[in-house]
Ligand binder design. Structure first.
Ligand SMILES: O=C(O)CCC(=O)C(=O)O
Length: 268
């Protein structure tokens, strides 16, 4: 599989892409492994989001080798893109408007697998097309405007004009981390997991990558990737792991500190 130039241009312009039924042939396996990855003692009770990090690393590492995931990463980020971890979630209710990052130089993206059919009335992801473009006035102005949409425009979060990404399980959504996104009207049991990727960082900017990797300390993890993900890596997979593996040496100490300061690992 290869992305067309039109798909790449769409992603650059609007900040997202939808691939209907791209992973339909793997759906039964994905749902089974998704369910089994959540530990017994961490069953979702619907009161708040349950989140496991890293996620595909535990039972679905091979997803990172799937030609469809590789095509998305290589087409949008370059042949040597970095795998940047994953999270698995049972969401409860609304997720307010936010960006996942504010990356001015390096492109970061998220691949989202929603495992329930969703539309605008049941918690489908909504995005503000073009809001990932930090260096143009539209994206730049939104940074402040979106802090409180009621105050800015007298408009509630759920009523902000947005593109709704309806999903049928098996569909794949991809979005730039800088893109404003949210979800409204969802149940207390929305299943979803992600794969994150970014462009390879130049050596001159490696501290920025290290700082970003350090933010995973809130999940109380000592390495960015699981042993399985690293030990079973083929040479091809290793291309997408090695820059992060070489730069996560500070994570264990930061996680030790987080364990002292937090009552439980972060839920997102
Ligand atoms: O589906 C949701 O509730 C929000 C997903 C999201 O914000 C994310 O994955 O960054």
């Amino acid at each position: 599989m290869q992305l067309s130039q039109a798909q790449i241009d769409f992603f650059e312009t609007f900040g997202f892409l939808k691939f209907p039924q791209l992973m339909a042939d793997r759906l039964d396996w994905i749902i089974e492994e998704f369910t089994r990855t959540f530990p017994e003692q961490n069953r979702h009770d619907g009161t708040k989001r349950t989140c496991v990090v890293p996620f595909i690393d535990q039972r679905m590492s091979v997803l990172i080798d799937d030609p469809r995931m590789l095509a998305i990463g290589k087409s949008l980020l370059g042949e040597d893109f970095n795998y940047m971890g994953s999270d698995g979630n049972y969401y409860t209710g609304n997720t307010g408007w936010h960006r996942d990052g504010y990356h001015e130089k390096y492109k970061h993206l998220k691949i989202a697998f929603y495992l329930d059919p969703l539309d605008a009335d049941t918690g489908a992801l909504r995005v503000i097309p073009g809001s990932h473009r930090l260096r143009d006035k539209y994206g730049d102005d939104l940074t402040l405007q979106m802090q409180d949409t009621n105050k800015t425009w007298d408009v509630a979060g759920a009523d902000v004009p947005a593109y709704v990404l309806d999903v049928t399980p098996g569909d794949i959504l991809v979005f730039n981390h800088n893109l404003f996104h949210s979800a409204w009207n969802g149940s207390t049991n929305r299943r979803m997991f992600t794969i994150n990727m970014c462009q390879r960082y130049a050596e001159a900017d490696i501290q920025e990558l290290r700082d970003y990797i350090g933010t995973a300390a809130r999940f109380w993890i000592d390495r960015a990737f699981s042993d399985t993900m690293m030990n079973e890596a083929s040479p091809e997979r290793m291309v997408h792991l090695e820059q992060v593996m070489a730069n996560d040496g500070h994570l264990a100490a930061l996680s030790a500190k987080a364990r002292l300061e937090m009552a439980e690992p972060s839920r997102g």
